[in-house]
Write a protein that binds this ligand. Sequence first.
Ligand SMILES: [Zn+2]
Length: 114
Amino acid sequence: MHEYSLVEALVTRVEAEARKRGALAVHRLSVRVGELSGVDPELFQTAYETFRAGTLCADVPLTLTRVAASWSCPRCKTPIARGAILRCPACDAPGKLDDGSDALTLDRIEMEVP
Ligand SMILES: [Zn+2]
């Protein structure tokens, strides 16, 4: 399943960050899931609960934040309304998908560093 490989990558990255900083413990993870990322937040959470056993993240709660897809004008930054034609209402430039709308982003790792 797609979500399992993403969780595996996430946990690997958290372990690498924790090792790099000599963290004593990791307390919380925050991940942002873009609406168009193709990631199902429930499946991702379930995959995390399953995969984290035996890893550094075994007792670490995961907070998932859903990010709704949004578009705006790359030229004048005018936001483009949801469901509207994907062109800027002000200058007619083609709209651009905003950052995070189609991505899974590791937002924050709370860790205890000596
Ligand atoms: Zn514009």
